[in-house]
Design a protein around this ligand. Structure first.
Ligand SMILES: [Fe+2]
Ligand SMILES: [Fe+2]
Length: 349
């Protein structure tokens, strides 16, 4: 039997020998001496004797840490890391979650006009460029199966081709970090392991996009040359149902700026960390939104809280250190303004 609360209070005034006599026999094995968890100078207050920490640990020693299923990332591959080999002095265009063939043509027309004006050195696509809907494990609606967007994987790949070629015709290099939708293709191979490693089923052969469009392994964290700036898709980083993905990513990836996609919720969070010389520097986590047709993504409900957006990054150097300014540009009703120019995707349909 455990002692009552009133007995605990009364016993505190008694000398140790008397306390020993008044206690009931403990129902748990005697624990080794436990260091007080409070300052010994504060009237000797210690952890309650009936539940010493060693006993608490003994009770829970066999139980693994329980994380609710909806807070666990689904696929957590070993993250590979690559680095962009050159300094993108003329800037970097970053977009994500286009979901071709259900990509919004107005949004993509506006982005393309911007890219042609800015002529950035680098394009990073953060994944889910292709929807790969037919390869998903979800129920297939006949409306889409036989609808205007096509369902065959080849049609999806071809739907993105003109956009990919147009951006690649401007930039020095395009880098593609496959997302969970492209991972569906790899799952088809996983289901038939004899196909693993066939060159004909590699991304380069399947896509047949321009050579300067570089495909990284799924799960890659791509660093932008010498800047403390990293790009990921985000599905291996952000659990489902996180209310503020940017804030969450910032807490996971301190002392760097992270650009990520996947959640389709364009947002930014900031914190002050430290640079290479332990000087204060502001870091961010930025979700670059999406470029898809919301009405065709039926799994997300009629009005998902998603935003059309992309990111543009300008680079500069301070005493040899790579620095940058990020611009998260929201596309609202197919339009956005940059440096006095209105980009209206409806004009270029
Ligand atoms: Fe996506
Ligand atoms: Fe995704």
């Amino acid at each position: 039997m455990l002692r009552s609360k009133s007995a605990t209070v009364a016993s505190q005034a008694l000398p140790p020998a008397v306390i020993e006599q008044k206690w009931d026999a403990p129902t748990i094995p005697p624990a080794p001496p436990v260091a007080p968890d409070h300052d010994e100078t504060t009237e000797g207050w210690q952890r309650p004797a009936e539940m010493p920490s060693a006993a608490i640990e003994a009770e829970h020693a066999e139980e693994p840490l329980k994380i609710p299923a909806n807070l666990r990332p689904k696929d957590r591959p070993p993250e590979s890391q690559n680095t962009v080999p050159f300094w993108p002095a003329r800037g970097m265009f970053v977009d994500s979650d286009n979901h071709f063939p259900v990509a919004d043509p107005v949004v993509h027309a506006a982005k393309l006009a911007f890219v042609r004006d800015m002529k950035p050195d680098l394009w990073i696509n953060l994944g889910d460029l292709l929807d790969f809907w037919l390869a998903s494990r979800f129920p297939k609606e006949a409306q889409r199966m036989f609808g205007q967007y096509g369902a065959r994987l080849q049609e999806e790949i071809d739907a993105a081709r003109s956009y990919v070629e147009a951006v690649c015709s401007v930039v020095k290099q395009g880098h593609f970090i496959p997302g969970n939708h492209e991972k569906r293709h790899e799952k088809l191979i996983d289901a038939n392991p004899s196909l693993y490693g066939l060159r004909a089923l590699g991304w380069k052969q399947i896509l047949q996009y321009p050579d300067k469009f570089i495909v990284h392994p799924y799960g890659t964290r791509l660093r932008i040359n010498k800047a403390p700036l990293y790009c990921v898709h985000g599905d291996t980083l952000v659990p489902d149902r996180v209310v503020s993905p940017s804030q969450y990513v910032l807490q996971q990836r301190v002392n760097q700026t992270t650009l990520f996609g996947h959640t389709h919720k364009a947002s930014t969070a900031y914190r002050t960390g430290y640079d290479e010389n332990r000087e204060p520097i502001v870091h961010a986590a930025i979700n670059t939104g999406h470029g898809s047709l919301v009405g065709e993504q039926t799994y997300a409900g009629p009005e998902p809280n998603w935003q059309h957006a992309f990111c543009y990054v300008e680079f500069f150097e301070i005493e040899g250190k790579g620095r940058f300014t990020t611009h998260l540009i929201h596309i609202i009703d197919g339009r956005f303004s940059w440096n006095g120019t209105l980009y209206d995707g409806r004009k270029w349909q």
